[in-house]
Write a protein that binds this ligand. Structure first.
Ligand SMILES: *Cc1c(COP(=O)(O)O)cnc(C)c1O
Ligand code: SF4
Length: 335
């Protein structure tokens, strides 16, 4: 049994909450009441530990196998170099016509406005991304805005990162002002983990800025396990949904974390009860240092088939791969 979270927000200022994040393995282990000399712990392998207090509060004390802990705790297997697990697993660097803008799919582009994340997920495919080359200027006539203006086939701008909700309200507001001047941009999408990691971020000011956008706003949350939904972010999902923003979720299928039908099916229902539709279940991107989270295609298909057989169709996320050079995510072929 997972105990009720003891988290109680000390402050409503999200930047203060962010600054109180754990950044040392020892501090996190102590907080989780675990041995600071665990033999399986690894060093940070160039990707430092970062966990918000809120997310850490959802980790079960004294449980070294807690599924939330395993997503953020460095493991010595990260140092293994395994063939087929590379530094640019999804071919993003090739698909960047101007710095910070990835145009892989015809009518939508992805902007990496910030490298910062509120949490460092050990399996992340962006852990090796050369973000310093992806700094973004979104002022009038900047390369990104010019590109969007020139490409009338683009109807959707996706903010990714890093995590786009790490940007200040001011920066998001500036971007929305620019996008409103481009008539063919009708959808603004946020790919964010913040809603389930730093729920303090969503406040009235933020919502009033989003309401300035002329088109439709979509959030794709990133939630892998039902324990990542608590009474604190339930409030946030309710608020966003009440304001008419569409909520979808993407998860990554991760060994020892959510590789069971029962967990994924509970997740789908819990998402739905919070106005979120399960969208994608990503097969792990083959990124160096993350192989210990991977499952074979047969294992993935077995879980997925069981999941399909236990849920209404609208609660089954699409099991997909990101394949470099393809014009969409590619469904995993399960016979
Ligand atoms: C995943 C992704 C998208 C969005 O794809 P959807 O199928 O629309 O969710 C867009 N651009 C890039 C580069 C992506 O990796
Ligand atoms: S980009 Fe997403 S998956 Fe990667 S570390 Fe940041 S929050 Fe985690």
């Amino acid at each position: 049994m997972i105990p009720e979270p003891v988290f109680s927000p000390q402050t409503h200022d999200w930047k203060v909450a962010l600054s109180e994040s754990f950044r040392q393995i020892e501090d996190l282990l102590k907080y989780c009441e675990l041995d600071v000399n665990r033999p399986e712990s690894g060093s940070e392998a160039g990707f430092p530990v970062r966990v918000t207090k809120y997310y850490a509060s959802l980790i079960e004390k004294g449980n070294p196998q807690d599924p939330l802990l395993l997503q953020v705790m460095p493991d010595k297997r990260e140092h293994h170099h395994i063939q087929g697990y590379s530094l640019d697993a999804v071919g993003d660097i090739k698909a960047m016509p101007v710095p910070g803008l990835i145009h892989k799919y015809p009518n939508r582009v992805l902007l990496t406005l910030t490298a910062a994340c509120p949490i460092h997920c050990r399996y992340c495919f962006r852990r090796h991304f050369p973000y310093s080359e992806a700094k973004l200027d979104i002022s009038n006539c900047s390369p990104v805005i010019n590109y969007l203006n020139r490409h009338s086939e683009i109807s959707e701008v996706i903010l990714s990162g890093g995590d786009p909700l790490m940007l200040s309200d001011q920066k998001i507001s500036t971007l929305i002002t620019q996008l409103n001047k481009i008539p063919h941009i009708q959808y603004l999408r946020f790919h964010t983990r913040l809603l389930s990691v730093l729920p303090e971020r969503v406040n009235e000011t933020f919502i009033s800025i989003l309401e300035q956008f002329n088109g439709k706003v979509v959030f794709i949350t990133h939630i892998n396990h039902p324990n990542e939904i608590s009474e604190f972010n339930q409030r946030v999902f309710n608020l966003l949904s009440q304001h008419g923003f569409q909520l979808l979720n993407q998860s990554v299928l991760l060994k020892a974390i959510n590789d069971k039908k029962s967990i994924l099916s509970e997740l789908s229902y819990k998402l739905f009860d919070n106005h979120i539709i399960p969208y994608y279940l990503h097969s792990l991107d083959k990124v160096r240092g993350a192989a210990h989270f991977d499952l074979t295609v047969d294992q993935q298909c077995k879980i997925y088939t069981e999941l399909r057989n236990s849920l209404p169709g609208y609660l089954v996320p699409k099991l997909v791969n990101e394949i470099s050079g393809q014009l969409s995510k590619t469904p995993v072929q399960c016979s």
